[in-house]
Design a protein around this ligand. Structure first.
Ligand code: SF4
Length: 580
């Protein structure tokens, strides 16, 4: 059978035009991660800077989007201004369904708009709207204005926008998606800013029939029942990922105060249990998800000028609570929400920003930087100082914040603080679990804790067998690539086993894709690595900062010889993958 291509909308902001093209082969590129990586290989210039206008900003959905529970993500691919390498970021919300209902498998945006613009995309609609009046507006105000500008299609509409950090091209600026979801890490927001694109509105106006296959209702029901009745997803709905705080602190694996320690008694005030008890207001879900893992806390603050109070809703989960909480030594739950609220407003990635400010705090403690750099005094647990610093970070107020906005290691190199910069490819995720996690994040294709279960491997193994550990990471990555090509929420990775994915595809009449799934996922894994290597990534040159060797967890300190063995073998596996 001839290969079925994807329907891709190519937008040229410079000329204010768009056209649909047929691209690729569904059985080979699958969708999501696979489609995004293939589009990047076809349209990116790996030798040009990440923020050059011609670089593509890619959004791709998968073959199961809207057809099964938790098939809710969109993959965003771009050349990262953080490290000038191939980058992929995933977000939920309504975006995937809006693209599906607009009849688009992928959206590719190139060029630079002559004025600050919002791109409005629908079934028979492609508008380039002048929004110069939104310049400098924060994410919340921009969202309100966009909803006024695009009143139609509210239920099927998805809204993406950037804040000041994206406009100012902070290298870890994010794109905010609808409410509470983000394309977070590695600077997709800066790519939008460089394109003079403040917002994208997708209006999914089409209605689609249910899949016709006779097995579809039964397969759907079996998956749905497993999601809601088996208990597999319960932990994500109940306390949610914040339940990790207490457990990791107990293990001495929770980063505190720029990873100066891994366990603190103050956890009682900022645990998942404390948030649920004191601040949890409601739970929300991405479109098409019956789990609802998005925990929304109530932030209640008194106006300085009078006796009135202001109420805000701030979503929280484990990673932001670690990065903007324990990493900054904050010991009150509402204090953490207050810092996260400012980060959300500026449109900067919450994990990178928190870890960057934790480094700056230690640098200030050590006298490497002073008020001339930070403008506001920085001290662990000082919520007001951090809120002010986040505003400076988003606006790149001075040379120090310009450098810090380029990445913690860039500022650390300037101020001689590399030893205590908690950077593993990008600012660390919240797992001081040991050598396998450190290597998996430092060398992983996205430098994300989500590309493989390195943190879980550390907790289950006491041996130091580098070959076994790296073979696990590489195989686990291939399984996750199959999921992210579909495009599943990774919380459902135990529901969507390879067999279940095969059944789900076959029930949709996609048996060719089902049969080719394993092979295609391995090819996509290889293509993602090839994209990264083509952009200049050198796995053998990866460095793990000294702080990761100094800190102690329940196993003691990291073993330098084991880390070196892991690095060398992982580098050889990556090189073999790319050249195979
Ligand atoms: S489990 Fe959470 S992140 Fe995943 S799709 Fe559901 S609501 Fe979204």
């Amino acid at each position: 059978m001839p290969a079925e291509p994807f329907r891709v909308l190519m937008v040229d902001l410079t000329r204010g035009r768009g056209e649909y093209i047929n691209f690729g082969d569904k059985n080979e590129h699958l969708g999501g991660s696979g489609l995004a990586a293939a589009l990047f290989a076809a349209y990116a210039d790996v030798s040009a800077p990440a923020l050059a206008p011609e670089q593509p900003l890619i959004f791709a959905i998968g073959p199961l989007t809207g057809c099964y529970p938790l098939m809710s993500k969109t993959v965003c691919a771009f050349k990262s201004p953080y490290n000038e390498q191939y980058a992929e970021s995933h977000a939920g919300g309504r975006l995937a369904l809006s693209l599906r209902f607009a009849g688009i498998d992928a959206l590719v945006i190139r060029g630079r708009s002559p004025v600050l613009s919002a791109l409005a995309v629908g079934i028979r609609r492609l508008d380039f709207v002048d929004v110069h009046f939104l310049r400098g507006f924060d994410v919340f105000t921009t969202g309100k204005q966009l909803r006024k500008l695009h009143r139609s299609g509210a239920g099927h509409r998805s809204t993406l926008r950037i804040g000041p950090a994206g406009e100012n091209q902070v290298a870890y600026a994010c794109i905010n998606v609808d409410t509470y979801r983000h394309f977070g890490r590695l600077g997709s927001g800066a790519v939008m800013g460089a394109k003079n694109l403040k917002a994208i509105v997708i209006d999914g106006g089409k209605s689609l029939p249910a899949p016709a296959g006779k097995d579809y209702p039964d397969v759907f029901k079996a998956i749905y029942d497993q999601v809601v009745d088996s208990g597999m997803m319960k932990k994500y709905h109940d306390l949610g990922t914040p339940e990790n705080l207490l457990a990791l602190n107990e293990l001495s694996a929770l980063p505190w105060k720029n990873l100066q320690s891994t366990k603190e008694a103050a956890i009682e005030n900022v645990s998942g249990e404390a948030f649920a008890r004191d601040l949890l207001l409601r739970k929300a879900a991405c479109a098409g998800c019956p789990v609802g893992c998005i925990h929304v806390g109530l932030l209640r603050e008194k106006y300085a000028a009078n006796n009135d109070y202001l109420y805000r809703q701030v979503s929280y989960d484990y990673e932001p609570l670690f990065a903007d909480g324990t990493m900054l030594g904050i010991t009150s739950a509402s204090g953490i929400l207050a810092v996260m609220d400012e980060i959300e407003r500026q449109g900067v990635d919450c994990m990178s920003a928190g870890v960057a400010l934790a480094w700056a705090t230690e640098a200030a403690q050590k006298g490497a930087i002073g008020l001339a750099e930070t403008i506001v005094p920085l001290a662990f647990d000082d919520v007001a100082g951090y809120r002010e610093a986040v505003r400076h970070l988003g606006n790149r107020t001075n040379e120090f914040y310009r450098l810090l906005g380029q990445g913690t290691m860039v500022a650390a190199a300037q101020y001689k603080g590399e030893d205590y910069a908690c950077v593993l490819g990008q600012e660390m995720s919240g797992y001081a679990t040991g050598e396998v996690f450190y290597i998996s994040q430092a060398m992983g294709v996205r430098h994300s804790h989500l590309d493989s279960g390195g943190y879980s491997y550390d907790q289950k193994h006491t041996d130091k067998d580098a070959v076994k550990a790296i073979d696990f990471l590489v195989a686990d990555e291939a399984d996750r690539v199959a999921l992210t090509s579909m495009v599943s929420c990774l919380f459902a990775r135990n529901v969507y086993t390879p067999e279940t994915l095969g059944r789900a595809l076959s029930a949709m009449g996609l048996s060719g894709m089902a049969e080719n799934l394993g092979k295609a996922a391995r090819n996509i894994q290889k293509l993602r690595w090839k994209n990264k290597i083509d952009c200049g990534f050198k796995p053998r040159e990866v460095k793990i900062p000294k702080r990761f060797y100094e800190v102690t967890n329940w196993k003691g300190q990291a073993d330098p010889a084991y880390l070196e063995e892991l690095k060398t073998y992982y580098a050889s596996r990556i090189e073999a993958l790319v050249s195979a």
